[in-house]
Write a protein that binds this ligand. Structure first.
Ligand code: CO
Length: 133
């Protein structure tokens, strides 16, 4: 079993402050981490839920994939992050089984993690992020 936990569920939103307020006021969730990830053109707010996170994501520039996602699909669940002990090993398993990946090799993610994205086309329509802490 290569997946050890649901690391996060990422939700694309137009207004990050409004989404943070929604989770704080409605469910009492506090932001544990906030980060602008320049490489991906996104700002994220992580709300801890048990041992997982809700990751609210908003684009910081028009050419980010999240901006394109919002323009075509609107707000909603963008990807699921699965926690893994070894990102490279999990990514190799995806490739070894003939499935498509977005990242050929693991790369730095937010909050010091190592991540790799798996293509939704061969993953039943779900963009998967493999997250190694
Ligand atoms: Co993510």
């Amino acid at each position: 079993m290569l997946l050890t936990e649901i690391d996060h569920v990422a939700i694309a939103v137009n207004d990050l402050e409004a989404a943070v307020d929604y989770y704080r006021e409605t469910f009492g969730c506090e932001v544990e981490h906030r980060e602008i990830v320049e490489r991906d053109g996104v700002e994220e707010a992580l709300l801890k839920v048990a041992d997982s996170y809700v990751q609210l994501l908003t684009p910081t520039r028009d050419d980010s994939t999240v901006a394109k996602y919002l323009a075509t699909k609107g707000e909603g669940i963008h990807h699921v992050g699965y926690r893994v002990a070894d990102c490279a090993q999990a990514l190799e398993s995806v490739k070894a089984h003939g499935h498509r990946v977005i990242d050929e090799t693991p790369r730095p993610g937010s909050r010091g993690t190592t991540v790799a994205f798996v293509h939704p086309k061969t993953a039943f329509g779900t963009l998967i992020e493999l997250v190694q802490e």
